[in-house]
Design a protein around this ligand. Structure first.
Ligand SMILES: [Zn+2]
Length: 689
């Protein structure tokens, strides 16, 4: 089968999303796996002295084709999942995982990389190539290449089972989300809920031929209901459904992730033991900035201590307000977002919904692109490409000289068959192909509310300010990929960047969502076209750190839980904790100030740690926020729209990718090592503020 028959084997240009169908997956992946295995065999069997061109280059080229095809399949399975696509994804996943497991423990290739590292030529390699070889040696060790044959086989089984469990974990969360709906018959029960959501809920019920209003657990519905619905019983019902998704308390036992979680943790512990580490956290930290679990735990606990007084104050305020002003005698978890929004409205005289009317999608995108154009000296223009859904848009990013540097897809709206959350993924990485440079391509995915249809007219989508922040965040990841100048496989864009530094380019972008010069030009009221008034902006700024102590502590609770889970808990063995839930309880006892209901099973949908790449790495958000806040403080010093600071950030951080340690890139940009002061100041956690 060739590229004419199978779009997944067409590598000429962009992925052929208009043609890719489930029946293409197995033949394409089998062809590419066979091709890659043949190249690995040829390289491994070669008797020529090991060098870059004979080893690293051909293997990277063949993996590149496999990665591009598999990424396209994985992406479609995440954003336009169908039973047929999921089936073929899940049936090919073990083959792909087995291939990478074999590759990772191939001692013949490992020996070749050791020979390259020991060769005279190695000293003449540039930074990027040297780093690739060093990373390869590390990854072979972590891939089990030094294990004896019997343990290699077991190690491979562990990796295959883990990959399958991660996919199953995500599937369960998506299925449980899709399976749940609540129909409200009496519109009075929706008192307080924003009109656009009520209209959407009505339209959703109507589309099913049902009366009433259809509520779901997808973010554009769930979050506003929790924030605005006056009906306490409705909030309690939604909260319970959301907090028990894919758990033993969920609606369908078939979606329960409990056993999957325990199995994942047992396998990770076994993997660590096979490699000679005390626990999985030690393995996870080898390629990261942080050196040891103890260092991470100390960081997390220090931040917890600093945030705690602010969080206690936040909680006392919101609970007190709920009691005295809202008549809620015993405020519960399902009352807090509601009471918190009411308190904020009282104190700062605006609501999220009011602000949302100014953030029209077209203006927000124009503002985001304008900002990026100003500080990084690039231009962004809409273009065309085959896509997986009619709502997807496609853009090109060009340098000052007009040369194209990258392209990206934007898929903004929540829908059935799409995994929750927001993320960036690399569709294509920058590479040197003969005389040419191949540009990188990014997938930017969000789950915002689609444009409302009013009187059969599609209104512009409106974003909450928080959604705007999310969009900027993901776009920052995108820029890390798109503005790289590295074309060496493995360290280009976000490849090879330490995981706990990966949130630096994304989180720094969030800061610009709080700048008047940026917001002024990216807002227009949906009805009147008037830009965001200065007075409203000032109130938003004043409220920026409203309840930020609680928000910080919540992130710390997740980070601590994740670290304890991968250091202290040994499933099936003598351990301080009988199960993962008891680890969560311990983390909460240590840092949380808000009581959670007994039914809370947030862990069962915690995809970051059980299905994403954040295992023993969730602390990365806060770790990198030290870097991003401190990096942004340079912009604060010289001007937040300074193209000089922008050029330096682009040159020293974004362009470098994984070609040198993240700390070196940071120091090159900031002129010194990172300090925590800016993070505390940005979060309002300084005693003077
Ligand atoms: Zn991120």
């Amino acid at each position: 089968m060739n590229a004419n028959d199978n779009p997944l084997l067409d590598f000429q240009g962009l992925p052929r999303f208009d043609r890719i169908a489930p029946e293409h997956v197995t033949p394409a992946i089998e062809t590419l796996l066979a091709e890659s295995r043949a190249i690995v065999e040829r390289v491994a069997a070669s008797t020529a002295p090991a060098d870059w061109d004979g080893v690293a280059a051909p293997i990277a080229a063949s993996l590149d084709r496999l990665d591009r095809a598999w990424t396209a399949v994985r992406h479609m399975n995440a954003v336009v999942s169908t039973p047929a696509l999921r089936e073929t994804y899940n049936s090919n996943l073990p083959k792909v995982t087995a291939f990478y497991a074999d590759l990772g423990q191939d001692e013949r290739l490992y020996a070749k990389y050791r020979a390259i590292a020991a060769s005279a030529a190695f000293a003449t390699f540039d930074h990027a190539k040297r780093r690739v070889v060093e990373n390869e040696l590390r990854d072979f060790r972590l891939g089990g290449a030094e294990l004896p044959a019997d343990r290699k086989a077991r190690f491979k089984q562990v990796q295959e089972e883990l990959a399958g469990l991660a996919a199953k974990f995500d599937d369960n969360v998506l299925d449980a989300t899709n399976a749940w709906a609540h129909y409200v018959m009496d519109p009075a029960a929706l008192a307080g809920v924003p009109a656009d959501l009520i209209a959407q809920a009505r339209a959703d019920a109507e589309a099913e031929g049902k009366p009433g209003y259809r509520l779901t657990l997808r973010a554009p519905c769930y979050l506003p209901v929790m924030q605005y619905a006056d009906d306490r019983a409705l909030r309690a019902l939604m909260h319970r459904a959301y907090s028990t998704l894919a758990s033993d308390l969920g609606a369908d036992p078939a979606h329960d992730n409990t056993a999957i979680i325990e199995r994942i943790l047992a396998l990770r512990a076994e993997e660590a033991k096979l490699l000679g580490y005390a626990n999985f956290a030690e393995v996870s930290l080898v390629p990261k900035m942080a050196a040891t679990p103890a260092e991470v735990l100390a960081f997390v606990r220090d931040l917890a201590q600093r945030a705690r007084p602010f969080a206690e104050r936040d909680y006392a305020e919101v609970a007190g307000f709920a009691r005295t002003e809202l008549g809620i005698a015993d405020p519960q978890a399902w009352d807090l977002p509601y009471a918190s929004e009411k308190l904020r409205q009282r104190r700062y005289a605006f609501s999220d919904q009011e602000v949302k009317q100014y953030f029209r999608e077209d203006r927000v995108l124009a503002g985001l692109f304008g900002l990026v154009q100003t500080i990084y000296g690039v231009s962004i223009a809409e273009s065309e490409a085959p896509a997986w859904h009619p709502d997807v848009r496609f853009y090109e990013i060009r340098d000052r000289d007009g040369g194209r540097v990258g392209q990206f897809y934007l898929d903004l709206y929540a829908r059935e068959g799409k995994q929750r959350g927001a993320w960036m993924d690399d569709a294509v990485n920058r590479r040197c192909e003969g005389e040419h440079i191949r540009n990188p391509v990014a997938f930017l995915t969000c789950n915002f509310a689609a444009p409302a249809v009013v009187d059969s007219q599609r209104r512009p989508a409106l974003f909450t300010h928080r959604e705007v922040v999310t969009l900027f965040h993901e776009f920052g990841h995108g820029l890390h990929l798109l503005l790289t100048r590295v074309d060496v496989p493995g360290v280009s864009g976000i490849e090879g960047v330490e995981w706990d530094a990966v949130e630096l380019p994304s989180q720094i972008m969030e800061n610009w969502c709080w700048e008047w010069d940026v917001l002024q030009s990216m807002t227009a009221h949906v009805d009147t076209g008037v830009p965001l008034p200065r007075a409203l902006f000032d109130r938003m700024r004043a409220a920026k750190n409203f309840q930020s102590g609680l928000a910080t502590l919540r992130q710390i609770e997740f980070a601590l839980f994740d670290m304890l889970l991968h250091t202290e808990y040994l499933p099936g063995q003598q351990s301080a904790h009988p199960d993962a839930r008891s680890v969560l309880a311990a983390a909460r006892r240590e840092v949380a100030v808000v009581p959670r209901p007994d039914y809370d099973r947030f862990m069962h949908a915690f995809g970051h740690v059980f299905a994403g790449g954040y295992a023993a790495g969730y602390y990365s958000y806060k770790w990198a926020e030290v870097l991003s806040a401190d990096a942004f403080s340079l912009f604060e010093e010289v001007g937040v729209l300074s193209p000089v600071a922008g050029a330096r950030f682009r040159e020293e951080v974004l362009a470098r990718g994984g070609s040198r340690p993240a700390l070196e890139s940071f120091v090159a940009f900031r002129g010194r090592k990172p300090q925590i002061d800016a993070l505390l100041r940005h979060n309002g956690m300084t005693t003077s503020s």
